[in-house]
Structures are given as C-alpha cells and as structure tokens.
Design a protein around this ligand. Structure first.
Ligand code: ZN
Length: 429
C-alpha cells in the first residue's frame, strides 16, 4: 500500500478551545502527516517521520497549512441552484424560491446533476463532509449518496418529510414518510461512508401524526441521526404555537413525538426558551449554528456565549441555499461577526474547531472525521494563507499562527483551498 508523507504547517487540537482556550492546540511550522490506505497513520515531526518511513512518498506543501477538511453539519443540496435569492424572509423565501426548485427533484437526472455540482463545489471549498436535507423524493436521497460514494466522501442525509403547509407536489403522508425513510435506511445507512439522517423539515410542515411516525422510526433505528430546524425566526415560532397549541414550546413539538435525542441535530436554535436550552443540554443534542443563513434571511443572532456556558454540543453549517456561501471560511467569518454583535469575539481556534471537530461531534463522527490524528480518515485540505493580494499583505504582519490564519477566515474563499484530499485521494489542486 502506498504511504504518503505530507509536509507543511500543521495545527491540531489537543482539547476543546471553548473550554481550554487557544492553548488547546499544537502548531508546527514544519510538521508532517503520514497517510496510508486513506487513513492518517501518524502526525508529528518532519525529520522523525522521514527517518522512520524512508520509503514513503513525500508531498511537500511548503508553508501551506494542513488541516482536516471542513465538516458542514446542515445544508440543503437541492437549493444549490437557487442560492442567493433576494429579498424574502423564511416563510416567503420557502414558498417563493425553495419549494419550486425542490419540486424539480422528482426528476432523478436533475437530482444527479445537482448532487454532483454540490459535492464538487464542496470539494473546491475544502468541505469534505456535507450533512444534507434532500427533498421529499426518495430518488433525491439516492442521488446524493451515490454522488458522495463516487467521490469517496462521508455523507449524512435523509429524505425531507412534509405532509402539510407545502405544495401538493412536495407533500408526502405520515405513512409514506415513514415507509420511504425506512426503505432508504435499509438501502444506505452504514453502507460505505453513508449515514442516514431521519429528516422532518420542521414542525410547521409536519402533522403531529408524521412527527410521531418518524419518532417511531428513529426508535427502531437508534443509530441513525435525526435532523430538523428549531426556532429560526420569531414569526415561525408563533406559527408553531398556533399549529401545536398543547406544546410547551417549539422543542416540545419534537420532544413529545420522540424526536429529541442525543443523535438529534437542531438547525439554528436561535430564539430558545430556558426550558428548551435545558432539555437540549440534558439530552446532549446537537445545535447547529448557521450564521451566513441567519444574516442572509434575517433570522437573528445565535447566542454562542450562552450556549457554550450551558455546555451544549455545537456544530457549524452553511445552510445553503438559505446560507449565501459554499465556503466554510465565509461561514466561520459570519460566526465571528455575529459573535461581535453579541459582544463575544470568537477566537480563530474556536471558529476552526466548530468547522471541524465541533461539527464532527454533533454528527457523532469524532475520531473518524474533523481531525487529523492516528486512525482518522485522511479527509484533509491544504490552506494557502496568502491566497489573494489583500490577504497576503495582511498576513505578512502576523506574529503567530492565529494572526496568520484569521485574515483567511475573514477574507478567504475557495482560492484559499490549495488542495483537498478525500480519504487520502487528491480531489483538488
Ligand atoms: Zn436548513
């Protein structure tokens, strides 16, 4: 088996920078990552690894920064073609732009085309794992997993379920949502790098019967993940209260139907009631922060400091096409900006952690993705910290790795991604 020694700058986490600060990292200006059979074998000192493995091929990335590929914990691949649609807030944005586009995924060939386009954009932007909502059409899930499998990528996805408040052409039923999702679990879950995610879009578009049916399905398949949306906009929360008059709060609409759990992913979670925050923390659920989407659709300011203080499990996501960028660098930058509006400047170590290890933890895939450590999959990128003249001139003043990295977080895009590797195979650069 071919062994490859990647040389460059390396930056690895030794702990959680939200708990331990930026010192929970090890930076080497001349480090090495040894890869064999698609996995990381060892990381460490260049000279020591070269001496120990003289037969290894050497890929010298110069002063490029070798990092794990980014992990996007919430997005909608069927919305790729309508990203950056102007002027609407959540409910009107869904009706005007999203639903007509999602209707096109009844056509498997169109789903294949957009799945391929989305994954290629992800690779170009250094994102090696996507967690996607599909459409109500089972073929849209097949298209996504097949396209990820063809590229060797880890993929988390599921059929979006909606049986009310959606156009007829995008509506299923409680029973068909259950049965179609079950068939997809049997076809895809645990096959290669595919993980099935049971996916009710959100409470406004599911009847109590549909939420119950999906809760029962999750109970039958507890190693699947479950993803949905929670408390994104104030108007939406009022709508949920009207649709579920018995519910104590928005989260309760999921909780009472078996859809609250440790393997649950709750997108946005901006306007949380104290009870909701308590319950999410008690069960160890995953909150997924989608900052570019929250500013683009005008949803609100996620309270990172409060959620961290509570001890929540938090990941980071693009939420495309509600989010306005395929780049997790831009997503990290927006998380910083929202933090600033909350008077909480998030450190670049914390931003990077959210986009890699934090998202991997939300997906219960830590150790496998989101880090470069012995045994993890070699999903990795090489970041050029001087990818444009504007960034290059700023980075010359940097006195440490964080000052060198932060301008790329704030100003970088796909041009900063010099190389992308998926399971050790070079896919960009
Ligand atoms: Zn979303």
């Amino acid at each position: 088996m071919t062994m490859t020694l990647h040389l460059g700058q390396t930056l690895t986490f030794t702990g959680d920078p939200f708990r331990e600060g930026p010192s929970a990292t090890t930076h080497s200006s001349r480090g090495a990552v040894l890869v064999e059979g698609g996995r990381v074998i060892e990381t460490g000192d260049v000279d020591a690894l070269r001496a120990a493995h003289p037969q290894a091929n050497v890929e010298d990335h110069g002063d490029g920064l070798i990092l794990p590929g980014f992990v996007d914990a919430h997005m909608h691949y069927p919305q790729t073609a309508m990203i950056a649609s102007w002027g609407k807030r959540l409910i009107d944005w869904l009706n005007s732009y999203t639903f007509p586009e999602e209707g096109k995924f009844a056509d498997r060939a169109y789903a294949d085309e957009i799945a391929a386009r989305t994954l290629d954009l992800a690779i170009a932007n250094g994102t090696t794992t996507l967690t996607s909502f599909c459409t109500i059409h089972p073929g849209s899930v097949d298209a996504f997993f097949a396209a990820a499998q063809a590229r060797g990528m880890a993929a988390f996805a599921g059929k979006t379920c909606m049986d009310r408040n959606a156009p007829d052409y995008l509506s299923d039923t409680a029973q068909s949502a259950h049965d179609d999702s079950k068939a997809l679990i049997e076809r895809w879950h645990g096959k290669g790098r595919a993980t099935y995610v049971i996916t009710p879009r959100f409470s406004p578009t599911s009847s109590p019967e549909q939420l119950s049916a999906l809760g029962a399905l999750w109970a039958d398949h507890p190693d699947c993940l479950m993803q949905t949306h929670l408390s994104e906009q104030v108007d939406e929360i009022e709508w949920v209260k009207g649709l579920y008059p018995q519910a104590r709060d928005y989260l309760d609409t999921y909780e009472t139907h078996g859809l609250l759990g440790e393997r649950g992913l709750y997108g946005h979670a901006i306007h949380l009631e104290p009870r909701e925050a308590d319950r999410l923390r008690e069960v160890g659920a995953g909150l997924v922060h989608c900052p570019t989407s929250n500013t683009f659709i005008g949803s609100g300011l996620f309270d990172m400091a409060a959620r961290v203080a509570e001890g929540q499990r938090i990941g980071l996501a693009s939420d495309t096409g509600g989010g306005s960028s395929f780049s997790m660098l831009r997503v990290m930058g927006a998380a910083y900006e929202i933090g600033q509006l909350r008077r909480n400047p998030i450190h670049p170590a914390q931003l990077l952690w959210l986009a890699t290890e934090g998202s991997a933890r939300v997906l219960h895939a830590q150790g496998e993705i989101g880090r470069l450590a012995p045994g993890s999959v070699a999903d990795m990128i090489v970041l050029n910290l001087a990818s444009t003249p504007a960034i290059a001139q700023r980075s010359t003043l940097a006195s440490d790795i964080w000052e060198a990295l932060f301008p790329t977080i704030m100003m970088g895009d796909d041009r900063a991604i010099a190389k992308t590797y998926v399971a050790g195979r070079q896919m960009k650069g």
